[in-house]
Ligand binder design. Structure first.
Ligand code: SF4
Length: 429
């Protein structure tokens, strides 16, 4: 009887890529993938540790699996597993703690366990990229890992500790992975990693790699996920002229104050970020620029915070992910003086979220009367179709009988503000 396996993924798109690939491999080996709330023989938890909140969420999920597993096993992997390995190995809810370097061996560990073999999961080969192209995944879109690790060491960030040094996946591996998932029928490819802008393999930098991706035949589009704001050239921006490259980027600003950016040890200035965003809007009016902002970084004065407020207002982001500064053990910022209290962090967070809601609404309103190429991700109860346009704006197509995982050219005729502002559109006949 095939074994039942359940997955839970926390954190970023890199984790989603890795879980999708592991799940696809398990199902190829006749494991039955069940929902995480169901009874399973194996629970795989791909954790995150980017903030203290991520740690809490990861711990909660681990306890849930521990309560459900009975004579099954729990395998905990990912960034939190790497960050607190020794501690987690003492946790009775967990059978195997597998760090990021050995995540590709989760399948071997599970199979060895059920073959009754004694396993030392540190004995497996370290391999950051040995992930098979994922066919049956949890998503309509396909995430593609091109890079891992980071050498920037921003003072607030734990990622270099848990994901290691920047390492780029060979170009041909990346291109073959994309060809394979396009063959599987995926229509949108999301490029992910830790610091993808620093990609470099055999003399191919990120720009060269994206250029090669755009040459791959097929009816699909490429979306660049989170990226750092350092080292853009006009020639890179010109790539967005290509109809396959989605006019949307998530570029992490973090703060609008030059002093704070220096103390964060970021590799750009607020002035440069502003110039880059203006250039993008000039070249591609309506380009969707989204970002991350950290509020309450140690020592952040109200004046410096106001610089972030005015910078985010002046840029007009399509959306802002707002994070409260979260102390990460072992980072330089942990040792900085003048940490901000939670109440004040919450107050500043609310202000940035308000700025985000307003600029997001304005950005989306600017698409009324314009066209989008929507990839339908689900059919709603009322029969209408919901998906995202190339600018990564959510769209409901008010037509019946449409199919998921298919592109539709639409004209935007309105906006519904139920939940998040979503465009209403009709098919272009
Ligand atoms: S660039 Fe900075 S914030 Fe991003 S992963 Fe690297 S160290 Fe962390």
């Amino acid at each position: 009887m095939s074994k039942k396996i359940a997955f839970k993924t926390l954190g970023c798109r890199l984790n989603l890529f890795e879980t999708d690939s592991l799940a696809s491999e398990f199902s190829k080996r006749d494991y039955k993938i069940v929902d995480f709330s169901d009874k399973a023989d194996i629970y795989v938890i791909n954790t995150c540790t980017v903030t203290s909140m991520s740690d809490q969420k990861s711990r909660r999920v681990i306890s849930q699996a521990g309560r459900r597993k009975e004579d099954g096993i729990t395998i905990v992997t990912g960034c939190m597993a790497t960050n607190y390995k020794e501690q987690l190995e003492k946790n009775k809810n967990i059978d195997y703690v597998v760090d990021n370097d050995h995540k590709t061996s989760v399948i071997s560990i599970a199979e060895a366990h059920f073959n009754g073999e004694i396993i030392d999961n540190n004995s497996f080969e370290k391999d950051l990229f040995n992930y098979e192209p994922a066919k049956d995944t949890f998503h309509t879109r396909s995430f593609i890992k091109i890079q891992d690790g980071c050498d920037n060491f921003c003072t607030f960030c734990i990622i270099p500790k848990v994901r290691g040094r920047a390492t780029s996946r060979p170009v041909e591996d990346v291109l073959n992975n994309i060809r394979k998932v396009v063959e599987f029928g995926y229509k949108e490819i999301i490029i992910t990693g830790v610091n993808i802008g620093r990609y470099n393999s055999d003399g191919n930098d990120f720009e060269a790699l994206v250029e090669k991706m755009l040459e791959i035949p097929g009816d699909f589009r490429i979306r660049i996920s989170s990226i750092e704001p350092d080292g853009y050239t006009d020639s890179f921006f010109r790539l967005f002229k290509h109809p396959k490259l989605a006019p949307h980027m998530h570029i992490c600003l973090q703060s609008g104050s030059e002093e704070i950016l220096l103390r964060m040890r970021r590799m750009y200035t607020a002035k440069l970020f502003k110039e880059m965003s203006e250039k993008l809007q000039e070249m591609y009016p309506g380009f969707n620029l989204t970002t991350d902002i950290i509020v309450g970084f140690p020592g952040e004065t109200d004046e410096q915070f106001q610089e972030t407020v005015s910078m985010t207002k002046s840029i007009g982001f399509g959306h802002i992910h707002t994070f409260k500064y979260s102390v990460r053990k072992g980072t330089r910022a942990e040792r900085l003086p003048d940490h901000i209290d939670e109440k004040e962090k919450n107050r500043r967070g609310d202000i940035i979220r308000k700025v985000s809601e307003e600029s997001r609404l304005n950005h989306r309103k600017s698409f009324i009367g314009k066209t989008q190429r929507v990839l339908v991700q689900k059919i709603l109860e009322d029969g209408y179709a919901r998906g995202f346009g190339e600018h990564y704006i959510p769209v409901i197509i008010t037509e019946l009988g449409l199919k998921t995982n298919k592109f539709y050219d639409v004209e935007i005729h309105g906006l519904t503000e139920k939940d998040e502002p979503t465009m209403l559109a009709g098919l272009i006949k």
